[in-house]
Design a protein around this ligand. Structure first.
Ligand code: ATP
Length: 345
């Protein structure tokens, strides 16, 4: 089922939690809504679910305008971090619940519900756990039961709000891989909310980066990491440095001095680059500063550098340096970005 969101606005007491949001989600896509706290991710997910309704704009499921349909009519499945399992029901009862409470006319016979529950248990790799109660499961197993429960009603769309938020890092990683495989097998259109960029970049077909109730960029992991379309996305995704520069006669000036990099156009702007996109270089036209710290970070080594700023607080820059040639604390260092982006002021 494809979902089309057009010009959605959502106000809470006149405060716009979402402002003119439009998004097309293709059938079978796995989409991540990524953004800082308060950017509107959960609000958007709740509007898609039908747990809340837009102030303006429309949400289509296929060709059908679902903007004001109830949760039941939309037939969506959702898993929320704090949407706990029913404690007094077994795993099997939890999964079958959504089918059992259907009105008699659309309720499947008992045997059919049992068959469906067994099938789902197998799908989430929990066969044999049917008679257990939630407190007899690990956190990761509980999340998988929650997912099976959401899937039991054969939803048209699966919505997940920080589904792995409360789990430890290792379990999160396992569940992430598992969810990707699960999605590829079942082919459900899936939208999940996360503020963990690693999770979004690794899992999703496309990432929707949100800030202050607006969509900043929609694209693949490569798009949002390698080709950020705004200063917000550049600084929010991954690590980066921002420096004020001026473009003059096709070259970039920092503090009035050329950096040895070329850029078309003229005028003031903000230079952005990532720690891994620099070369240490022994040349006059380069950035230069003092090494204030050098630390090992997984497979890389990061140097922290202060660039003097004429009586003001220095610019703080972090760059990757060769792993086996640590730079000396307090030494002067020169470097030049090899990949960068300038956003004009
Ligand atoms: P988080 O990552 O912290 O969950 P989020 O991106 O999911 O954040 P939302 O929960 O969608 O953000 O909230 C967006 C904005 O709307 C916030 O400023 C929030 O305070 C506001 N908001 C959300 N729900 C309500 C509500 N029911 N009443 C009033 N304001 C609300």
């Amino acid at each position: 089922m494809d979902v089309t969101i057009t010009n959605i606005r959502k106000e809470f007491a006149r405060f716009p939690a979402l402002n003119d949001v439009s998004l097309k989600i293709a059938s079978g896509e796995l989409i991540a809504l990524l953004g800082p706290s308060g950017s509107g991710k959960t609000t958007l997910l709740r509007l898609i679910a039908g747990l809340d309704f837009p102030t303006a704009g429309q949400i289509f499921f296929g060709d059908e305008d679902a903007s004001h349909h109830s949760v039941q009519d939309r037939n969506v499945g959702f898993v929320f971090q704090h949407y706990a399992l029913f404690r007094h029901m077994t795993v099997a009862e939890n999964i079958g619940f959504g089918l059992k409470v259907r009105p008699a006319a659309s309720r499947p016979p008992k045997a059919e519900i049992s068959r469906r529950v067994a099938e789902l248990l197998e799908m989430v790799q929990l066969s044999g756990f049917d008679k257990r109660y939630p407190h007899q499961l690990s956190g990761g197993q509980r999340q998988r039961v929650a997912l099976a429960r959401a899937m039991a009603i054969e939803p048209r769309i699966l919505l997940l709000d920080e589904p792995f938020g409360a789990l430890d890092a290792k379990v999160r990683k396992e569940l992430r891989r598992w969810l990707r495989e699960f999605h590829d097998r079942t082919g459900h259109t899936t939208v999940f909310v996360t503020h963990d960029q690693e999770e979004a970049l690794e899992l999703a077909d496309r990432v929707v980066v949100m800030s202050q109730g607006k969509i900043e960029q929609v694209g693949s992991a490569d798009d949002v990491y390698d080709r950020p379309s705004s200063p917000f996305v550049f600084s929010f995704i991954g690590d980066s440095t921002q420096l004020p520069v001026e473009v003059k006669n096709g070259t970039v000036l920092f503090q009035g001095e050329p950096l040895g990099i070329a850029e078309p156009g003229e005028g003031a702007g903000q230079l952005f680059f990532r720690p891994e996109d620099v070369d240490l270089i022994d040349a006059r036209d380069a950035l230069s500063g003092k090494v204030t710290a050098c630390r090992r970070l997984a497979g890389t080594r990061i140097a922290e550098i202060d660039i003097a700023n004429d009586g003001h607080a220095p610019y703080h820059v972090e760059i990757e340096v060769p792993l086996h040639a640590p730079v000396e604390l307090g030494s002067d260092i020169r470097f030049r970005p090899t990949r960068w982006k300038i956003f004009r002021d």
